[in-house]
Design a protein around this ligand. Structure first.
Ligand SMILES: C[S@@+](CC[C@H](N)C(=O)[O-])C[C@H]1O[C@@H](n2cnc3c(N)ncnc32)[C@H](O)[C@@H]1O
Length: 254
């Protein structure tokens, strides 16, 4: 599944905001080592390095194009190509940060248990993920993927990580964490331009679909999905489009 860093960053301000909100909630702990899991193009990793100037900061991502863009901006960050699913730190970090990435991984109880277990005593796990899987954008995607002629080609394509109810993360983390703070924020996002919701999801949620389909089928799917999205998210009187987006924040101190 190849990411497109330029398309992803087209809505950078809106994608960045929850990451900044997450970072702002990290308590003032001494951080010697920090890692950003699923760092993407690295704009939040660079902000982490600014927030913790004494820390050794690593950005880890499995996508060469995203990581390539991250590394293209000079910084003191160590960029690491790797899979979050098999990541093991050489030494326990004080901060594990992850913005909009862990929803791509399966088995969250095992994943969150493992990440909490990697932290140094007093360390913090700070995670933000989209939690809008009941929004029309996601429901329409699943509905279309289940239809012919795409059904057979897309079996399992959307079966990546499931974001759990907030209480489940609390229960998973409680045996490992001294304090846990979990909350939702609903961002009423205002998008501009033509077919902006399709453009937004083309950089993220649609990727597993287009990666599976031959080019012609991918175009047909995109057109059908675009039609459905423009009905679900019609333009406002001023031409902008509202794309409400719920996100879950999880902050656990070990
Ligand atoms: C939506 S982007 C978020 C990027 C960045 N954290 C941000 O907030 O802009 C998700 C990133 O997670 C990465 N990713 C997804 N699954 C991954 C995995 N199993 N291991 C490492 N990186 C992964 C993708 O390559 C992508 O760069």
């Amino acid at each position: 599944m190849g990411w497109n860093p330029d398309l992803y960053e087209r809505y950078r301000a809106l994608r960045e905001r929850p990451g900044r909100d997450l970072m702002a909630a990290i308590p003032a702990i001494p951080v010697r080592t920090a890692i950003d899991l699923g760092c993407g193009t690295g704009y939040l990793t660079r902000q982490l390095a600014d927030r913790f100037p004494e820390a050794t900061v690593t950005g880890l991502d499995s996508d060469p194009a995203m990581l390539g863009k991250a590394a293209a901006t000079p910084s003191r960050i160590a960029w690491q190509h790797g899979d979050i699913g098999s990541w093991r730190p050489d030494a326990p970090p004080d901060l594990v940060f992850s913005n909009a990435a862990l929803q791509w991984l399966p088995d969250h109880p095992a994943l969150f248990t493992r990440l909490a277990g990697h932290l140094a005593p007093g360390g913090v796990l700070a995670v933000q993920m989209p939690d809008n899987f009941a929004a029309p954008s996601h429901l329409l995607l699943r509905e279309l993927a289940a239809r012919e002629p795409w059904h057979a080609m897309l079996t399992g394509a959307l079966d990546h990580g499931r974001v759990l109810p907030p209480a489940d993360y609390w229960r998973v983390l409680r045996p490992h964490a001294g304090s846990i703070d979990i909350w939702h924020t609903d961002y009423v996002q205002v998008l501009e331009g033509e077919d902006p919701v399709l453009e937004w999801v083309s950089a993220t949620a649609l990727l597993p679909v287009t990666a599976r389909l031959p080019a012609e089928q991918a175009d047909a799917f995109r057109a059908a999905y675009g039609d459905a999205l423009s009905r679900a998210y019609p333009p406002e009187a001023d031409g902008s489009t509202l794309f409400p987006f719920r996100r879950i924040f999880i902050l656990a101190r070990i």
